[in-house]
Design a protein around this ligand. Structure first.
Ligand code: AHR
Length: 636
């Protein structure tokens, strides 16, 4: 004993104990104290970090509508073999549709089958080519057919090897659309490839909307990347909050997500400048957003533009705002109307006969940034029109609306709160809603994330996220829905610091926070039983929540140990019954706060499942250091 004491004095940094003191968690599964929101977890992202174009939306070619910049047509270079001679330029006055009035003009002075001339495209930091795979493409062209046929190839950057190739004959004068298929051979998967489109004769070729798709999720045309869709499905989401975020608002009013310009044939979509530094073609437009929700079996939370844009301009409530209100009414009709309504009929013409389910409409995004103070009046104008035509929907405000003198219909059903915090700030915020009033609007936490690592959360961020989720679950009588943001990052273009799922052209990975969310969402109950934790070291960063699935007779326990000491618990569970029980534990552990997953090491941190055996109503359980655990306990 004396020797130990001496050693401690001599080594002041030696931990006094290898673990935290035992804490006592008492749960009475029979006494429900609050309802929980079993459909709480959802998804949110927008066109940021190449989330759609260069991400979820499977199109492989970048700048497929030939947006020019001050130097050239971005992403499109000349591909000249042998002694071929050609130039390319933007023709501002010749395009296939009013929405796409420009085209790329290729002037070929000299070319032959041995020396073809044409264009190349690098994709989004590469083009993934997989063995024995069919790629489907299309383009609009205007040309003298004698310049053709057009040869299309996928080519390995390092070796020049042709990985897939096909030819398309040109049909005659005027703008025409063409489609083609390419089939790859047996070379191993790689993203270090590019696309080439060439001709073998002199002449002039105008091109627009050149597309190329790999196989998509559920084989949907104009569809989504399967690996990302599978990752989303594993999150057990209940809704997608769409289309943004700042992407809804745009930097200027004219840059807003003007939904009517994002539907219909791709050639009828002009595209628009997004707020995150790049152009959006809107080929992933409103209908693609909605079909995305359908493919994941979730509902949209539809955010409508409410007359405020990021650089501070707002539309004055009253007659000036009315066209925007009408546009929102039309948008809701496009989403939910049947074939007898004008906008429902438009959706049918666009290829989607069935209306989409809808329960929530959000009016704007982060309108507390509107320093003009116009939001309450803007919200009221939208709310009155929406409630008159669609009284069944719940309306979400993005900034507090003063209760007085608002009319009852102008009071939002939910308020959208956003949190981006460091791990320490998240730990400190875990009890934020515990004493919040239960008399006003419910809460959508429409954006939240622990943000320190980039481009995706490390384990310290995951601990912050898991701790925060315990707070949301404890208050899920008030917090009806929650969506982490942003969801996606192409690791070659991380314009936002911390994002849940990372990918490049070829592969993707879930961050530690992603796995924490998968676990929390898959094990969420519909009620909160009486519970208390005593004996907790007040300085220990230890967090928990308890929910109960009443029908399944299962208790879901979430435990977050954000310290470097193990944490023993004595769990007394009224409702477990006598006899032997087996609980299932899912454990996520990181060696340090900085430990993380990457493209190269995608599963460094991943959930591990185990069984916990106990008898009667008491389970002795130790949560290891730096560990997030979800435990399902069977009830009688
Ligand atoms: O999620 C990134 C951005 O953060 C969203 O666009 C915006 O709503 C918030 O400020």
């Amino acid at each position: 004993m004396r020797l130990l004491l001496l050693l401690r004095l001599a080594l002041p940094f030696l931990p006094a104990a290898a673990q935290q003191p035992v804490a006592h968690l008492q749960i009475d599964a029979g006494k429900i104290v609050r309802q929980a929101s079993p459909r709480m977890y959802g998804l949110m992202t927008e066109e940021i970090n190449h989330s759609y174009e260069g991400g979820l939306y499977a199109e492989l070619l970048s700048n497929d509508t030939f947006r020019g910049n001050w130097m050239s047509i971005a992403q499109w270079g000349l591909a000249l073999k042998g002694d071929a001679v050609a130039t390319s330029s933007l023709d501002p006055k010749d395009g296939p549709s009013p929405a796409l009035p420009e085209s790329l003009e290729l002037n070929v002075a000299s070319a032959s089958p041995a020396s073809p001339a044409g264009l190349s495209n690098p994709g989004y930091w590469g083009i993934a080519v997989r063995p024995h795979t069919t790629y489907t493409g299309s383009f609009y062209a205007e040309a003298n057919p004698a310049i053709g046929p057009v040869t299309i190839r996928l080519i390995a950057n390092q070796t020049g090897a042709v990985l897939a190739s096909t030819q398309v004959a040109l049909a005659g004068a005027g703008w025409r659309s063409y489609s083609f298929q390419l089939r790859s051979g047996q070379k191993a998967s790689s993203a270090e490839n590019h696309f080439e489109l060439t001709v073998a004769h002199p002449g002039t070729l105008h091109l627009q909307l050149v597309t190329l798709f790999p196989p998509t999720f559920d084989d949907q045309p104009n569809g989504n990347r399967p690996d990302l869709m599978e990752k989303l499905a594993a999150m057990h989401p209940n809704f997608i909050r769409l289309p943004g975020g700042n992407y809804l608002e745009g930097n200027r009013i004219e840059d807003r997500f003007d939904w009517e310009k994002t539907i219909g044939p791709l050639a009828d979509r002009p595209g628009h400048q997004g707020p995150w530094g790049y152009w959006s073609t809107d080929q992933f437009g409103l209908l693609e957003f909605l079909e995305w929700t359908q493919q994941l079996h979730v509902e949209p939370v539809l955010a409508v533009y409410a007359g405020y844009s990021l650089k501070g301009k707002h539309v004055t409530p009253g007659p000036d705002l009315e066209p925007y209100v009408q546009s929102a009414l039309h948008e809701v009709e496009y989403v939910t109307g049947d074939a007898h309504t004008p906008w429902g009929a438009q959706r049918v013409r666009d290829g989607h006969p069935a209306p989409f389910p809808l329960h929530y409409i959000e009016i704007g995004n982060e309108d507390s940034f509107d320093r003009s103070g116009s939001y309450p009046a803007r919200f009221a104008q939208f709310a009155q029109a929406l409630r008159k035509k669609y009284p069944q929907y719940k309306l979400i405000a993005t900034a507090p609306i003063p209760q007085s003198p608002a009319k009852p219909g102008d009071v939002p059903d939910l308020l959208d709160d956003h949190y981006y915090k460091s791990p320490e700030q998240m730990f400190a915020l875990v009890h934020h809603y515990d004493a919040a009033p239960r008399t006003g609007p419910k809460v959508l936490v429409g954006e939240w994330a622990t943000v320190s690592a980039t481009p995706t959360p490390d384990f310290g961020d995951a601990l912050g996220d898991a701790a925060w989720m315990t707070g949301m679950e404890r208050n899920s009588d008030l917090i009806k829905m929650a969506s982490y943001a942003p969801l996606f990052v192409n690791v070659r273009n991380a314009v936002w610091r911390t994002n849940l799922i990372g990918y490049d052209a070829l592969s993707s990975y879930g961050s530690p926070s992603y796995y924490a969310q998968c676990l929390f969402a898959a094990h969420m109950g519909d009620a909160i039983p009486q519970n208390s934790l005593t004996g907790l070291n007040p300085s220990a960063r230890f967090f928990y929540s308890v929910t109960e699935s009443r029908r399944e007779r299962l208790l879901h326990l979430k435990l977050v140990n954000a310290t470097t000491l193990a944490h023993p618990l004595q769990i007394a569970l009224q409702g477990a019954g006598a006899g032997a029980h087996v609980a299932t534990a899912y454990s996520l552990h990181g060696a340090t706060f900085e430990a993380t997953n990457t493209l190269r090491n995608p599963l460094a941190i991943h959930p591990v499942q185990s069984s916990l055996h106990f008898t009667g109503t008491v389970l002795q359980h130790t949560v290891p250091a730096l560990t997030i655990e979800v435990i399902d306990l069977p009830l009688q």
